[in-house]
Write a protein that binds this ligand. Sequence first.
Ligand code: SP5
Ligand code: ZN
Length: 347
Amino acid sequence: MKIYYSDTHQRHNPPYEVTDGGKQLPFYESPERMARILNALARTEWAEMLPPQDYGSEPILAVHSAQYVEFVRTAFERWQQEGGEHGMQFVGPVLLPATFPLRRARHYPASLVGQAGYHIFDLAGPIVQGTYEAAYGSAQCAVTAAQAVLNGERAVFALCRPPGHHAGRDYAGGYCYFNNASIAAAQLQAKGKVAVLDVDYHAGNGTQDIFYESAETLTISIHADPDRMYPTFLGFADETGAGAGAGCHRNFPLPKDVNDEAYLKVLDEALGLIRQFEPAALVVSAGMDIYEGDPLGDFDVTTDGFRQIGERIAALGLPTVIAMEGGYNNDALGENTVALVGAFARP
Ligand code: SP5
Ligand code: ZN
């Protein structure tokens, strides 16, 4: 199986994140995650590691606003040069805003920290020196994977870091900057209708937002109930799409302690919806944080559960891009990723 991966992710290595309650913790979404996955893939017989091609900014701009992409591209350098101009600020190695827009704010702020608050919706979307290059490289992995599928590959793995599913058209957050899965889906539209299935522990709010009014894209997310878990504001069962896209989004919010059996039951319902939609291609937002030992989650999915999840999704028989999302138990991350993705490598 072709797997697209770029070392540029290493340039994005924020020193900390800030939790609810204001505590600084080491950044969970670390470069170490990729090292663990690469190790596990190297031990398989089917992984064909490839660098992404550079398709430029156009595929990113199919999903994100030009204003936002320009912000991500230039924010860190501006932070170093003009960060202090807005008032009394501590200009260190991390651009992390503490002021967020009023609801329905119409004005695009002129100051850097104002723009950072405008475009970053939480305290887990810090911008450091190499963030743009890393996010750009991650997006190119998704584009290259989609192009390979358009050229006839049955399933391709975009080993993306940073992840993408919390990023919207003009916002970052939840470790995400560019929405890799949505970027892949937009490329795959060349083939016809596309379904995006998000199995990350957290609701795929960015993907939901981006395609909310699209009738050409069925987006489905299975996740922890946002009433008790991040991302808090989106991912509820009554959000089912709007306008032309009415009926083309589905959320499956779940209680804690969901085990393999319970998860697979919900997954089967989601897969039934995808079959009904008859898409020409599929994108899987593959988060491994539904694992029983994940430090950010409270589901009980096992490594064998990941294998079964992969097998059931693969049984759809659709041309598929799998995009890496979250997963923070580094000791099990490689094995779990191989279990899910490997299902697509078997005949
Ligand atoms: C891609 C992805 O999985 N993003 C997740 C972002 C979650 N950020 C907020 C995490 C809140 C964690 N609370 C600390 C729990 C420590 N046991
Ligand atoms: Zn997650």
